[in-house]
Structure formats: C-alpha cells, structure tokens
Design a protein around this ligand. Structure first.
Ligand code: DOR
Ligand code: ZN
Length: 438
C-alpha cells in the first residue's frame, strides 16, 4: 500500500506542468500517474494546487559554530521547512572557519539530528589548506572567497586557486570580488564625506571588483577545465562574461535580494541592505532578470546570512554585511511568477533541479520516478504580507518585511513525511546529510 498520495495536483516538472497524482512509498516517488486508484495510508487532495520539487538552497550561512545567537541548525532549518526549502548547503565562514577535516567533522557532530531539512557542507579554502581538501569526502564543494567578507576567509594566491582547480574532485564555489580592487576603492573612498552617502557600500565595492574577479577566476578555471560556480553575481558585466564561459561546468547564481533591491533601496533599508556583494543599479537588476530568462543564470540561492537587527542597525563601520533569506526565497520567486517575470517550471529548475545537478546531490531536485519525495505543495493564489514577527529565523527580520507576496508553500514533505502543514510542524522527522556523487 502506498504511504502517501498527492492527488490531482498540477505537478511541476522541469520541462512543464502536467496534472496528476504523485505516489510515495518508503520516502521515494514510486509512481506518477493521471489517476491513482489503489489504497493509500494518506491522500492529500491537491486540487487547484501545485506539487513542486523541494527547494535546495545552495548558499546559506547557518552560523554554527560561533554565531549561534544569530541562527542555529534548529531555527534555520525550521525557517527553511516552513517556507518550502527541504535542503540547504551550508557555508564554512564560521567562527572558527571550517578549514580542516577535523573541523568539518566537528560541524557534522554539531548538526547531529538538529536539522529538520536535509543538508550538505562546503569546505573553506585558504592559502595553506589545499592538502586537507584531498582528505575530504561527501562535501558539496570548496568555497573560495577572493575578497574579504564576513568571517575573514580568503584565498590571496593564484597558486592556491590553480592547486584547487587542478585537484578537480569537488565543485568550487567562488565569492568573486577582487581583494586588490576592494582595497583600492577602500583607500580612495576613506574620507568621512564619502561615508556620509547612503549608497556608500555600493560605491566602495563597485561592479569592477566583481568583474575583475570573475574574469580572472574563469580564465584559470578554463585552463584546468574545472567545475566552478560563481556565487551571487550582481552585474550586467558579470553576465556578459558568463555568456562567454557558461557551460555545464561553469555556472552562476543570483540571490532574490539582488533581483529585488537596488541602490535606491538604501533610502528605506539603510545598512539592513548592506550585503557583499552590494546591491547594484536598476539596470543591473534588469540584466539579472534577463540572465534568468535566457538561461545564463543556473541557480537562485538565498545567501541566507542572518545578523541580529541591533547589529544591522549599528553605524556603517560596525554593521555586518548580510541579510536573511531562506524563509523568503520561494515566496519571492512565486510572486515573480504571478507577476509574469518567470515561469513556474523555470523556477523549479533554478531552485531545485540545478542545485542538485551542479553539486551532484543524489536522487534530489526533480519530481521523477525513484527520486526522493522531498516535495512542496504550493497555493499560487495565497497572498501574505512578510512580517518580522511571524518569521522562524532566529534573527527575526527580513529585508522583504511589509511586502505582500502572492504564491506560498502550504505543505512541506521531506523523505515522504509530511513535516509542515496548516502553519505547524507535524512530524519530528529530522533531515539527513545529502549524498554527493563524486
Ligand atoms: O553579505 C554577506 N554576508 N556576504 C558574504 O559573503 C558573507 C555573508 C555572511 O556570512 O554574513
Ligand atoms: Zn554567502
């Protein structure tokens, strides 16, 4: 007997939407059929709703260890699940950063069974730890910061990049802002007057620093035929470079906040929208939507980077860069579907299929026979206002606060278990570490 049948839903496949029933047994999709007639332990009527592959957020900062007062695996994963994110890939810029096999092991111990969502980890590259990489297994990839951001992880030497690329066992994710360029601009704009402008952060970390880094890293990647994923691209110039280099092995992502905010957003949000890389011009935002439509951008990831509001509302120099986003990534993209900016099946590629493919996550990211039943039921007509007081992230705020979004997840299923429905957690089931194919 089937464990669960999702009946009469509009099923979102990567290549289109077709109505039918999804049949689940032992956590796996065992049948997709127009009308399932056998018995099942539970049937959910999905009439008028969409069945969507669980979102895999490929870029999050859960803050364990060292930043647990901002977010931990329990709060962060509950925020995720409540908003349709069934899996996440966690970044290594913790305190201390995850730069040895031993530290990665300790992080695995810390997550224990605290996460409601499935998960995987990135490993942080430094100029001294390339040998450690050879000892790792089952990781999402290597994270390289070319410019300094929250956490002070950085790779300064070309030689290190070449060593990492030639190793080739894991995908390499790059935070592409050139440190040399950032230092040049910091020196140029060091005066008080410059700092008084509301868009200072975007001026002092300009598009050319991103362009220089992307160009440089993609030339090196080409030399070694390496798998490289550029995190959070933000500018038309980076897209132009990506159009020349993009392939199955060279991919990039964009965040919802870079798609929704621009340099005029500082007026309302001030340092709350201080992020690395910074928000850009309206023209850049338009170009990013173009990259979504034409396929140059493979992934939308949240770069969930929680900091408390008292930290974010501090003066510029003390305010840490980063915004939370794991709880809004799906509704923001569904709202964009309702506004006609992107198709729902394309959103399934950007949020679920491509993250699984690029990071080689086994049996995830698609509604397909024998794939894991990590699924979300969507109500595309539901309208809700984003309210700080209702969020589950420990940092308790969102840059999207006050916005009405149309299109929300209403039920979240992980491994065939209904975890979240009617705005409540209904199962104690915990997530598992992804299996990464090497
Ligand atoms: O704005 C950012 N915040 N950019 C990063 O690269 C790191 C992140 C964080 O961890 O807070
Ligand atoms: Zn990040």
């Amino acid at each position: 007997m089937a464990d669960l049948v999702l009946k009469k839903g509009r099923i979102v496949f990567p290549d289109g939407i077709r109505e039918g029933d999804v049949v689940i047994e032992r956590g796996v999709i065992v049948e997709i059929t127009p009308d399932y007639k056998e018995e099942a332990k539970r049937v959910i009527d999905c009439t008028g709703k969409y069945i969507f592959p669980g979102v895999i957020d490929a870029h999050v900062h859960m803050r364990v260890p060292g930043g647990e007062y901002k977010e931990d695996f329990t709060t962060g994963s509950m925020a995720a699940i409540s908003a349709g994110v069934t899996g996440f890939l966690d970044m290594p810029n913790n305190s201390p950063p995850i730069i040895s096999k031993k530290m990665l092991g300790e992080k695995r111990d810390l997550i224990g069974d605290n996460s409601f969502a499935n998960y995987g980890f990135f490993f942080g590259a430094t100029d001294d730890n390339v040998d450690e990489i050879k000892r790792l297994s089952n990781i999402a990839g290597i994270k390289v910061y070319m410019g300094e951001s929250t956490g002070n992880l950085i790779v300064r030497k070309d030689e290190t990049l070449e060593n990492i690329f030639s190793h080739g066992k894991f995908p390499v994710v790059v935070h592409a802002e050139s440190q040399e360029c950032l230092e040049r601009f910091a020196a140029e704009y060091a005066g008080e007057d410059a700092r008084a402008r509301s868009d200072y952060h975007s001026v002092v970390r300009p598009p050319e620093c991103a362009r220089e880094a992307v160009k440089h890293v993609l030339h090196l990647a080409k030399k070694y035929d390496a798998s490289v994923h550029i995190a959070h691209i933000t500018t038309a110039e980076e897209l132009d470079i990506m159009r020349k280099f993009a392939s199955e092995k060279v991919t990039c992502e964009v965040t919802p906040h870079h798609l929704m905010f621009d340099t005029t957003s500082y007026e309302k949000l001030s340092n709350r929208i201080k992020i690395n890389p910074p928000v850009r011009s309206k023209e850049d935002v338009e170009a990013l939507w173009g990259g979504i439509s034409d396929g140059t951008i493979s992934i939308v990831a949240s770069d969930h980077a929680p900091h408390l509001l008292n930290e974010k509302d501090a003066p510029y120099a003390e305010c840490p860069a980063g915004v939370p986003g794991i709880e809004t990534i799906l509704p923001v993209m569904l709202d964009a579907v309702n506004k006609g900016l992107v198709n729902l099946d394309r959103v399934a590629q950007l949020l679920s299929q491509k993250p699984a493919e690029i990071f080689h996550i086994k049996n995830k990211g698609k509604i397909e026979l024998n794939y894991d039943a990590d699924l979300v039921i969507l109500d595309m007509d539901l309208e809700k206002v984003v309210e700080n007081s209702k969020l589950l992230t420990k940092c308790a705020w969102s840059p999207f606060e006050g916005m009405t979004l149309k299109g929300w997840p209403v039920t979240t299923i992980v491994g065939g278990d209904v975890i979240y429905e009617d705005s409540k957690f209904v199962s104690a089931r915990r997530g598992r570490e992804f299996n990464f194919e090497e």
